[in-house]
Structures are given as C-alpha cells and as structure tokens.
Design a protein around this ligand. Structure first.
Ligand code: NI
Length: 139
C-alpha cells in the first residue's frame, strides 16, 4: 500500500452502525480496512465490465463422474478453452462426486464465455464462477 489519503464521509447513523456490525462479524480490525476492501471489490467488478480487460477467475464444478458422457464433455470444453485455462484441480469427493476448480485467465469476455460454457454443461450439480483480478490495477 502506498501513501494513505484520509477521507471524511457522511452517511446515516443506521447505515454506519450496520456497516460496523458487518465489519466486526467479518473480522475486520478497523473500519478503514473494511471500506478499502469494498472499494477493491468494486474496482474488480469495474474491470469485468470491459470485455477486453485482462482478468482472472476460478470456476468451481461439482459433478457425478458416472453421469454418462459428462466427464468427456467437460474435458472437451476445457481443451477448446486453450490458453484461457491456466490450471485445473480435481478432487474425488466420494465414489460418485468430483469437485473441480479451474483457474481461468484472459480477456473478460472470453473468460466469462468459457466459464458459462463449462457451468452450463448438462448434468453438473453445482457451478460457480468467481470473478477475480490479475491484481495489477488494485492496491
Ligand atoms: Ni473425480
């Protein structure tokens, strides 16, 4: 973190109390760090609004590998994803269920598109794309 700038803001008391309660529940030691994280979250969302911006993301999938052709389809879509896929982690949860975390990186539009293609494969029990950042524009 670079030099700090002190800001003074005015918000309704109830809003401030609700925010402080939330910050405490989430484990923030002080209000400033909680506000900094909210700002960072907004900046990451802003990055994603530009389809050409370089972003990073993780896609979590849960599926039953016994479901006919599902594993083949997931592998096929990942191969088609080419350089957008940085890495994938596969965990055998039990006899049936697999959890896969796919790390994606590239232009926002392409990453979102590949995430959607994987998440929408029929038979997947759970899919969640988490939008992240390459971190360069966030301090
Ligand atoms: Ni498995």
């Amino acid at each position: 973190m670079g030099a700090l700038k002190r800001l003074s803001i005015s918000i309704p008391k109830e809003l401030s109390a609700a925010f402080d309660k939330r910050s405490k529940r989430k484990g923030y030691g002080n209000r400033s760090e909680a506000i900094r994280d909210l700002i960072r979250d907004e900046l990451v969302k802003e990055e994603w609004s530009d389809p050409k911006a370089r972003v990073a993301a993780t896609l979590t999938l849960v599926y039953d590998h016994h479901t006919r052709t599902l594993t083949d389809r997931i592998t096929e879509v990942q191969h088609d994803g080419g350089e957008l896929i940085v890495s994938a982690l596969h965990v055998h949860l039990d006899h049936h269920n697999c959890l896969e975390v796919v790390v994606l990186r590239g232009a926002a539009k392409d990453v979102q598109g590949l995430g959607d293609s994987l998440a929408s494969i029929r038979g997947i029990k759970h899919a969640q794309l988490t939008l992240a950042t390459e971190g360069k524009s966030i301090v």
